[in-house]
Design a protein around this ligand. Structure first.
Ligand SMILES: [Ca+2]
Ligand SMILES: [Ca+2]
Ligand SMILES: [Ca+2]
Length: 482
């Protein structure tokens, strides 16, 4: 496209945008299994999977800089229930990967923090429809798993549906759609990238929208729900704001190395997007349809070692509070350490950053070492099972409740009226189980003896007293005793 041009928006709009700073931590996913840089005190929490969300807390001292688990698979599985109808809760491949993340931040006066119920994501493999019903959460959707107003668990609430993407792109033949990056500002619009090259008829004409391209549906072409989800889009309203060639140019200008120490020349597929508010919003698109274009934090499939770049200044390595988010060309490999993961073995960190959003959030995650426990005829002694917690609270009180076990069901949950910062729901009939003390940000609690013959699913959650006076809950886990 030769119609791309960049000029500054009116000062009034600039002032509005400038007021919103680059605030918040990172929530992100990695494209391959990785390990936290900290080692997470040797707990199971050190393993980060591509279908769960990690957290980088920029308020922590740089000496302690690390990604840590934020929403484990067991949390999503408890929320989703037996979505695939096989009466098994342990589904390590749920979602395939989480390849796009979006936190829609409320007004500055909002006290509650982002949590696993509120942050939107896109899978790369559809979630089963056993509880959500059709069409479910598909690779082309960006949504979240909720309990609906009638108390039904495992439902999907959409931020953006694949049909809306097809409409906005003017897709004549709706083929596979897989959103693999998304960013949003309600005043500007939604920005996304797809995982496939896609023929489209956009507001700037017929074209092939490449997988490396960044597409905008401007705010003026959308209708929002009161909670800032996308209710409707105008047909053929999408505009390519950066072609793949332009993303290639940003990557080349950034002068960033991959995990092998090779200087990266091309973007390939754009994989993660977040708005970079450090520079003013420009205008791009085409003469017929100019749209606002902020700078973007972004990653591409070539940026192994989990590098991160920005389009600001024509393409640069992102400068994070604890250093550059990638190794400059000539400087050796990008190891992953700059993005909170450990270089492991000669392959170093194989991942690119697969999804990224900024969020104001708190970390209170729990994961069992064994999600499926075989109970022998004699039962299991005290401490036979360990469950790990990552949190800054000094003490954790663990509760349990019988979990749903039938096909296509989920364990019911209820809103926690005393919490603001952690997981927002508790699971019913909580029964006190045990407690665990935090050491250096981690805790492991030993399970009480399991009686002979015990079979069934159990949901566990941990409770902590926040200094502000709230009662906060960890992400839930489901353990299957067989
Ligand atoms: Ca299942
Ligand atoms: Ca997707
Ligand atoms: Ca893409």
């Amino acid at each position: 496209m030769n119609a791309n041009r960049i000029r500054l928006m009116a000062p009034l709009a600039l002032a509005t945008i400038a007021a919103a700073q680059n605030a918040g931590d990172f929530l992100l996913t990695y494209s391959q299994p990785e390990r936290t840089l900290s080692g997470s005190a040797g707990t199971v929490l050190q393993r980060l999977w591509p279908n769960e969300v990690a957290h980088i807390d920029f308020s922590a001292p740089c000496a302690l800089f690390s990604a840590e688990k934020w929403a484990p698979r067991t949390c999503y599985q408890t929320m989703a229930g037996d979505e695939d109808g096989d009466a098994q809760w342990w589904e390590p491949g749920l979602f395939g990967t989480i390849d796009a993340l979006l936190d829609v931040q409320g007004p500055a006066t909002t006290v509650a923090l982002a949590n696993a119920r509120t942050v939107f994501f896109s899978p790369s493999v559809p979630m089963g429809q056993g509880l959500s019903g059709a069409p479910g959460l598909r690779p082309g959707d960006v949504g979240r798993i909720v309990r609906d107003g009638l108390g039904n668990e495992g439902r999907v609430q959409y931020f953006l549906r694949q049909e809306q993407i097809a409409q906005a792109l003017g897709m004549m033949v709706v083929g596979p759609i897989d959103v693999d990056a998304i960013a949003f500002d309600p005043q500007l619009g939604v920005y996304f990238s797809l995982d496939q090259d896609t023929p489209a008829v956009t507001a700037c004409g017929a074209m092939l929208v490449e997988d490396g391209a960044v597409v905008c549906i401007p705010a003026a072409a959308m209708v929002y729900t009161p909670d800032l989800r996308i209710a409707a889009v105008l047909p053929n309203s999408a505009v390519v704001v950066h072609t793949e060639a332009q993303m290639n140019a940003f990557v080349a200008a950034a002068q960033i190395n991959d995990r092998f120490g090779n200087c990266i020349a091309v973007a390939g597929d754009t994989e993660a997007l977040e708005i970079d508010r450090s520079v003013p919003v420009a205008v791009g698109g085409c003469v017929a349809s100019p749209v606002p274009v902020p700078a973007f934090l972004f990653s591409t499939e070539t940026m192994t070692g989990a590098g991160l770049c920005t389009t600001a200044g024509g393409g640069q390595i992102v400068n994070l509070p604890c250093g550059l988010a990638g190794t400059p060309c000539g400087g050796g490999p990008t190891t992953g350490a700059q993005m909170g993961i450990a270089p492991v073995g000669p392959a170093l960190a194989p991942s690119y950053v697969n999804a990224l959003t900024r969020a104001r959030t708190l970390r209170y995650a729990m994961e069992p070492r064994d999600p499926v426990v075989a109970v022998p005829p004699a039962g299991l002694p005290f401490g036979s099972q360990l469950v790990d917690i990552v949190s800054s609270y000094p003490i954790h009180f663990v509760f349990w409740t019988p979990g749903a076990a039938a096909a296509n069901t989920a364990t019911p949950s209820f809103g926690n009226p005393f919490g603001l910062f952690g997981f927002p729901d508790f699971y019913p009939w909580p029964t006190y189980h045990t407690f665990a003390l935090n050491v250096g940000g981690f805790a492991s609690w030993p399970m009480l003896p399991i009686p002979a013959g015990f079979v069934g699913n159990v949901v566990f959650q941990s409770l902590a007293f926040d200094p502000s006076g709230t009662l906060e809950l960890s992400t839930p886990i489901t353990i299957e005793f067989q």
